[in-house]
Design a protein around this ligand. Sequence first.
Ligand code: HPA
Length: 248
Amino acid sequence: MLAIIGGSGLTRLANLEVTRRQVVRTPHGEPSGALTFGRIRGREVVFLARHGYGHTIPPHEVNYCANIWALHSQKVKDVVSVASVGGIRPDLAPGTLAVPHQIIDYTHGRRATFFTRANHSVTHIDFTHPYCEALRQRLLRAAAAAGEAVTAGGVYAATQGPRLETAAEIDRLERDGADMVGMTGMPEAALARELGLCYAAIAVVVNHAAGRGGSTGGIRLEDIGAISQAAMERLRNILDQVVMLDDG
Ligand code: HPA
């Protein structure tokens, strides 16, 4: 089954015919909310709002372990993460959708592994390619089928938040090779890999990163809502197609 984790601007899926909601208890605490099961065009999907259905949980307080564990416990195999980002690369202007292929993790103080001394011997995962390539390709095919332009590839920098970055921090991220910046991509992707889930992200650029383009004088937070809403409409078309392309 496919899971969709919705980020800021996507707390529900309009096209989802909801069949049931389930509160899942996990050994890692509470997920961001009940899992919403339903169908899109006859295919079973489960949805979870990363920041809670009332958008109350900030990026650094999301219980990523509980969310990923809960999805895994419900026989989910594929996870599409929807994430808002700031665009660093000049072509990643507000309103752009992108399917990143790499991650740099700048987060700290978040619980980032299921493998603790208490329950496992020393365990490492391969994370050379942090996203599941099959699901990335499926997202790109879905976008083509929906007639929506998406940028194929990009390096996602995960910052701690909840504050936005300084202009110098964005310069540094760019020197590091980052194309876009968001606050929720990690440890989510790594936890999904630890449990063997196929995980990919679709990023919605909602602002120019600090000091770039229209954000040279500062990020106009009041503009983000409208940009995000318009982009989410396009994203919904893509998600419909992703579900249709389900081969499992
Ligand atoms: N920085 C970090 N996270 C974000 C941004 C940003 O500019 N925009 C949306 N999420």
